[in-house]
Design a protein around this ligand. Structure first.
Ligand code: SF4
Length: 454
């Protein structure tokens, strides 16, 4: 008999902080006031969110042939070093983390000289095409003029040196996403490409974790859809400079890329659609909408046929795993709303009910969709802390938690299965192949014999 450790746990039910109550709700199947979200974290709540600087680095780091210099203490650098499993098909300069290693004396006397020396050394040793310089908390406090240092370095070396003023305290992780997007605009410029010659798509908000951009690019190649560049999965500086050529932007991670997509629409005249390549339903609808947005009837027909065929191929998989998974309960805590929405649908494909769902950076419109998808009684929470996650996982009897590196120990501590849908995963979960990997992973985790001994 399978034992559900979370249900059997008599965890201490930590009280919910008064200021957090408006960010937690129970779906009740009807409308009413929305959830409080997209705000700075409540002090003392020990948010699961990363800082603004981390948000900027998430967006920019996958640019494979850029040099990323962190102006700050070594801890900020190591915290985001090789931060995601973004893969490259070309150069791998992005996998190194360069840092000015600010110490006490630099903080007292200023760190500009150290930054200048670091940029000069990087140019001499690495010959990068672009350098991104990230200002972290302490630099924001002491007020080094990072903009001026970067402008001088551009003149000295004749390459782009782009400042990213993202001290961790300057806002939420979403602020960092916006700043990362601004740095990309700074790189590609705002000269619109002639629309009559525009072609293909840019894929925004896919960071090529475990090679997921390659899966989507493979589908596009098969269907005759030209991908101009990923922003920023497996991106190169040269590829990004061609981004204005795209006819349409497709935005996978809307939380991190909506602001950039809106700017590109305003300044470069590129419209965008929001997509998700997680789960059969969302992958199919995204590929079809992508083809429709390009306006080529032949491609639309080919895409519909391709999606029907891929869905048909997955029927035996669904039939095999549904009896093993149906009736189980899932808890979801991920970065952005698009992923949470896809996961709810994906669990539903196997007869699994989502009983708790939250995000770090969801927007009100994401939570509206989430509320429309879950059953009454499902707990929905924004910018949660570990005590809240623990409380609701136990209360709702979750069999599995889907999250990232910070949520993994929490699940295991409670004796609950876990699925990494974030930084550390080594196999892709996107596209039709991702459906197969996802089913195998959640089944082997939830139905593992190990839970009998916990
Ligand atoms: S919060 Fe500040 S000190 Fe901490 S990692 Fe972010 S930038 Fe660095």
């Amino acid at each position: 008999m399978k034992r559900n450790a979370a249900r059997g746990t008599t965890a201490t039910m930590a009280p919910i902080l008064e200021e957090r109550k408006s960010s937690i709700m129970t779906a009740d199947g009807c409308g009413g006031a929305g959830i409080a979200c997209d705000k700075v974290s409540v002090s003392g709540s020990v948010s699961q969110r990363a800082c603004a600087y981390c948000g900027a680095r998430v967006v920019l780091n996958p640019i494979t042939n850029a040099c990323h210099i962190i102006h700050g203490p070594i801890g900020c650098s190591s915290y985001t070093w090789d931060i995601r499993g973004s893969l490259t098909s070309g150069e791998d300069l992005f996998r190194h983390s360069f840092c000015t290693d600010m110490r006490e004396t630099d903080i007292i006397f200023g760190g500009e000289k150290k930054l200048i020396a670091s940029i000069d050394e990087a140019v001499e040793a690495l010959h990068p095409k672009v350098i991104f310089v990230y200002a972290t908390c302490i630099v924001g406090i002491i007020g080094d003029d990072v903009h001026q240092v970067c402008a001088d370095a551009e003149e000295r070396h004749g390459i782009r040196v782009i400042p990213v003023q993202a001290p961790g305290f300057s806002g939420t992780k979403s602020t960092g996403y916006r700043l990362g997007g601004q740095a990309i605009m700074d790189l590609i410029g705002s000269n619109p490409f002639p629309r009559e010659r525009a072609h293909g798509v840019n894929i925004l908000g896919d960071f090529n974790l475990a090679g997921e951009t390659w899966i989507v690019k493979g589908y596009c190649a098969h269907l005759g859809i030209d991908v101009v560049t990923g922003i920023t999965g497996d991106a190169s500086v040269e590829g990004l400079m061609r981004a204005p050529e795209a006819k349409v932007n497709v935005v996978q991670c809307a939380g991190s890329m909506s602001a950039l997509a809106e700017t590109m629409e305003t300044e470069l005249d590129i419209p965008f659609i929001k997509v998700s390549f997680y789960g059969i339903e969302d992958t199919t609808s995204s590929l079809v909408r992508m083809a429709e947005a390009l306006g080529d009837e032949r491609v639309v027909r080919a895409t519909r046929d391709f999606c029907s065929e891929e869905t048909r191929k997955l029927e035996p998989l669904i039939a095999r795993y549904t009896p093993l998974l149906a009736g189980k309960r899932a808890a979801i805590y991920v970065g952005g709303g698009f992923k949470a929405i896809s996961l709810i649908r994906q669990f539903r494909e196997f007869g699994i009910e989502t009983v708790m769902v939250g995000t770090q950076t969801g927007r009100p419109e994401d939570y509206d969709v989430i509320r429309s998808l879950v059953n009454p009684g499902c707990v929905i929470l924004d910018d949660a802390n570990p005590a809240e996650l623990e409380r609701f996982m136990v209360e709702k009897g979750a069999d599995i938690l889907v999250g990232g590196v910070k949520e993994r120990p929490l699940a295991y501590k409670l004796g609950v299965a876990f699925c990494d849908h974030n930084h550390e995963r080594k196999h892709p979960l996107a596209g039709y192949v991702g459906v197969r990997n996802f089913a195998e992973e959640i089944n082997s985790s939830m139905n593992s014999p190990v839970w009998r001994y916990v």
